[in-house]
Design a protein around this ligand. Sequence first.
Ligand code: ADP
Length: 197
Amino acid sequence: MTQTPARLLIIGPQGSGKGTQGARIADLLGIPTISTGDVFRANVKDGTELGLKVKALIDAGDLVPDDLTSEIVRDRLAQEDAAEGFLLDGYPRNLGQVGDLDVFLDGRGEPLTAVIELSVPRDESIARLSRRAAEQGRADDNEESIAKRLSIYESETAPILDVYRERGIVDEIDGVGSLDEITERITVALAARGITA
Ligand code: ADP
């Protein structure tokens, strides 16, 4: 089969393991991960102007405005290391951002080639989140912020999957199992689309 470029999005509720699996898959394929959450957290940590702007929103579990978020992603995608492929983690996460990303990628003639949907039952993702809260101490892993992020996921993020499903690019992956098992499931699904290392 001819090789398909790896222009990927990984999507799943908080606690689905999308960050971990996204990093593994990007590593295997030799493409950069673009995680908006990581970009924002790094800016908060470094006390940049952007960090100061977004800290309160992130801690409360609210979304950063689309314009700001989309601009950051466009800048990142324009860097050379993303020319051959990339994996987006955490963006787009609402329909407005899907539109922004479409304008940018269609302009380059390089649409997304696969969307990995990680499915995890709600009680499992909540259990994983409380474990992460204990281990990592992320400021937004408190009960209130988690509840808000999960509800935004359901109301704003899950609907974007319908858009991508209509394009025939969504692979639903069972996110329960060992880390290696889940990575293997994703790898197999991508290979079926001609996306390989
Ligand atoms: P999680 O999926 O656990 O919420 P992320 O690291 O993806 O963690 O995001 C952390 C926070 O960063 C979000 O709650 C939000 O405030 C902000 N953020 C990340 N990505 C986006 C995005 N695409 N649009 C708006 N805000 C975002």
